[in-house]
Design a protein around this ligand. Structure first.
Ligand SMILES: [Zn+2]
Length: 361
């Protein structure tokens, strides 16, 4: 059950979750009033004021292409499908459950999307925008209703404007020479060995596997060949992890772990990165440590240290072991539970790796 839940979490990447106090009664009509997808790839929405929205992204599978959808409270009257153009295959308006409205945007197969960078921005109490694709795609505007229609006498209260800043702006990933580098990422533990167990039962194996998979995706997008030592919950001893790495021409090896403190002290939090020896390992550790700290404000810098962990001691390439926080620590555990934080950490690790590859290899 637990595993099923984790898989779901990974497959259904929740782009954002906007919670608001006012929830419309089930019987009311759809909160979606108008929508438009502009030529520049921006989806604009007009809803009832203070609407509770949920948005999701799902990678393509055998049944459909990449899909992005938003659920609105209130029931839709006429479910319909609208043909797309450019990168969009079709747009569907449906009712997944009684009392709900779902707007689904399905993309064509060859579309290159970056859902990890998507941010829904609330422009006003009833207006939203999110950029879904690049203007390099030629796309003719599609929409229904007027998204800019003003609503009666409700003035936008500056304090009520919900703006989500693009958190990843400062985490822009550097470009490296494509198809030149190879990296082995080692998600710690797995299978019968869950690693550290933290507050609320959060398990190291789950956290580090998810972070590792996102790191792989981000690096692959930059043309870096990535090998994961494990891709699911399997038992994997330390020697095979090392031989996987030593049997490739990998430039670097990065083992990802999360910490636990003795006695499960909730006041112990922080991040640390280990290398075994050599300036390359040390530099890689420094780059990664610097980036993970940036996305973990308030969590202590436990530093870049030398460590004799089996996987970094026995691998032939520069190798580091990164501890992305304490699952037993109050501050870190609360963050590590969240997919948004796991994504940020993955971005940070990928950035540290790319910076290193660009400078050193
Ligand atoms: Zn560990």
């Amino acid at each position: 059950m637990k595993k099923l839940l984790d898989n779901r979490l990974f497959r259904y990447l929740s782009v954002f979750l906007f919670l608001n106090s006012s929830i419309l009664p089930v019987k009311s009509s759809s909160a979606l009033a108008a929508w438009a997808i502009n030529t520049n790839g921006v989806l604009e929405l007009r809803t009832k004021s203070n609407t509770n929205l949920k948005a999701y992204f799902q990678k393509a599978n055998q049944i459909s292409g990449d899909r992005f959808w938003i659920d609105f409270p209130g029931e839709l009257k006429n479910p319909r499908t609208i043909n797309g153009n450019g990168p969009i295959k079709e747009i569907r308006l449906g009712k997944p459950d009684k009392g709900k409205t779902r707007l689904v945007i399905e993309f064509k197969e060859e579309t290159y999307l970056k859902p990890l960078t998507w941010q829904m921005v609330g422009l006003d109490q009833n207006r939203w925008r999110i950029k879904l694709f690049n203007s390099k795609y030629s796309f003719k505007k599609i929409g229904e209703g007027l998204v800019e229609k003003k609503i009666g006498n409700i003035k936008a209260n500056k304090n009520l404007i919900h703006k989500k800043k693009n958190n990843y702006g400062y985490l822009k990933l550097p470009e490296v020479k494509r198809n030149k580098f190879e990296v082995v990422i080692d998600p710690g533990h797995g299978g019968p060995d869950p690693g550290a167990i933290g507050i609320g039962g959060i398990r190291e194996t789950d956290v580090v596997l998810e972070v590792s998979k996102i790191v792989k995706k981000l690096l692959s997008e930059k043309g870096v060949k990535v090998r994961l030592t494990r891709t699911k919950e399997v038992d994997l001893d330390l020697p095979p992890r090392v031989s996987i790495a030593n049997n490739t021409n990998a430039d670097i090896f990065v083992s990802i772990h999360a910490n636990a403190s003795r006695g499960k002290r909730r006041d112990i939090n922080g991040l640390e990165t280990f290398y075994y020896r050599g300036w390359r390992g040390r530099l890689l550790a420094k780059r990664i440590q610097k980036q993970i700290l940036r996305v973990s404000p308030g969590s202590p810098d436990r530093g870049v240290k030398q460590g004799r962990f089996y996987v970094i001691k026995n691998t032939r390439m520069p190798a580091v072991l990164v501890e992305i926080g304490f699952l037993t620590g109050r501050l870190d555990a609360r963050r590590l539970e969240k997919i948004t934080h796991r994504k940020r950490l993955a971005y940070a690790i990928a950035k540290g790796i790319l910076e290193y590859l660009d400078k050193v290899v």
